[in-house]
Design a protein around this ligand. Structure first.
Ligand SMILES: [Zn+2]
Length: 165
């Protein structure tokens, strides 16, 4: 079994080769989450950034940071530790701009309006049909050979008998 080192901050077992990188940016290390929050929301608006934006910002920050400085963990590490990017924002107390711009209830309201519109059109169409033509007398009949046939019985002149309402 290969020797591993346990991170004193998060308790993760680390391969010796990865220790330096992990220790510099372990999300349980004091100051790391504060740095992530600062990178995501420098103007303190209360909103976090997308995972793609954080990837760009964190890479640029790490490239420019002094060797001994706290380093920004990767977006992958954050998402893996927290379960999802949304959970990362939640952990930092930040809201998602995407969700704020497009609330889910708007999509639901639009869908419900569309369903109501279609239902209303069907009801109106059905009502018009009833007024115009009435309901068929029967939805089946027997033809000349005694076979049960689906649909209203045609009258001798070819028309269909209907109940008038
Ligand atoms: Zn750690």
């Amino acid at each position: 079994m290969r020797e591993t080192i346990t991170c004193p901050h998060c308790g993760e077992s680390l391969q010796p080769l990865g220790v330096g990188m992990h220790m510099a940016s372990c999300i349980r290390k004091p100051g790391v989450l504060a740095l992530v929050r600062e990178l995501m929301d420098p103007d303190n608006t209360g909103y976090g950034c997308t995972v793609d934006a954080y990837r760009r910002i964190s890479v640029a920050y790490n490239d420019a940071a002094p060797a001994d400085a706290v380093r920004a963990p990767s977006s992958d590490t954050l998402a893996r530790k927290c379960g999802s990017w949304g959970a990362v924002l939640e952990l930092l107390g930040l809201k998602s701009r995407q969700r704020a711009r497009q609330p889910r209830r708007d999509a639901r309201a639009i869908e419900q309006a569309a369903i109501a519109e279609v239902a209303e059109a069907i009801t109106r169409q059905h009502a018009e049909r009833l007024i115009e033509r009435g309901l068929p007398v029967c939805d089946f009949h027997y033809d000349a050979t005694g076979q049960r046939v689906h649909g209203p019985r045609p009258l001798p002149d070819g028309r269909v008998a209907r109940i008038l309402r």
